[in-house]
Design a protein around this ligand. Sequence first.
Ligand code: UDP
Length: 324
Amino acid sequence: MRRVLVVGGAGYIGSHCVRALQERGDEVVVFDDLSTGHRAAFDCELVQADVRDAIALDRALSQQPFDAAIHLAAKALVGESVARPELYLDVNVGGTSALAHALIRAEVPALVFSSTCAVYGTPQKTPVDEEHPKRPESPYGLSKWLAEQVLEQLSASGRLASASLRYFNAAGAQPDGSLGESHTPETHLIPLALQARLGQRPPLRVFGRDWPTPDGTCVRDYIHVLDLASAHLAALDALVEGAPSGAWNLGTGHGSSVLEVLAAIERQTGEPVPWTDAARRDGDPAAVWACAGLAEQDLGWSAKHTRLDDIVSDAWRWARRPRY
Ligand code: UDP
């Protein structure tokens, strides 16, 4: 049994990490300001505060010793980051630095950090491995890359072991329908398409059908949120057991196009998603998918829920009946 502080545990991926930790018997405290997360998404003690608040962090960490922390509290909208870069650098870099320093003061040895494939920018080649050049193209991607580098420096100096996990496209939901994705605003393909399918939104706008891909639409590596959660546990265990710090891609190693996602939704829901053609979205790369071998080699982790139809069917269960 470990004691784990999950910063950002009220969010989409965080709440699935909390659930996975609890299911194996770990004790969890969530630290979250509830600015975008949901109190109903987890069932454990909450410290409601901002990740940049050093006093609140010290207080939370001083109650009882923690074995490790997971950090997912971040601003995560690419478009908003272009409009407000100072906010993204402050919350995502400053917040990570504040948390890391508090963990060092409290002698918590290990931190698992929520990063993103946006640190790479437009892929120069696919699949994208961890050695791919880091050329983030938005303040969001830059803020995650800078935060990774803060952690890399601290781990190199022996102060705090860390694992930066670079997510590809998180999707899906808890299969029993108890947890899922509720973002305001929603910007992600699968929930938007499901809401269009339910008639809750206008037809989905497909951002470009003239990309240099097999069917002309963008290709992404959709990874089930359950697999993301299990990767956090694997990274946390590895660090606590003394494995070296590092950065790992979390993807399936397989890409799906927008039209393939829409076809999977039609198969799983029995009706087509209404959609229209729209212009390419600024900043979208044509195709991104992960080389996921390093996480398997180093952490013994690989994605298990890799069928697009399974990801979509779990997301559909949630979309029809969101609990928050
Ligand atoms: N996409 C789309 N219409 C939408 C939202 C997304 O065609 O309303 C496409 C987008 O261009 C990208 C893919 O769906 O190719 C996944 O986009 P999302 O925003 O979910 O994730 P991203 O890959 O940008 O992180």
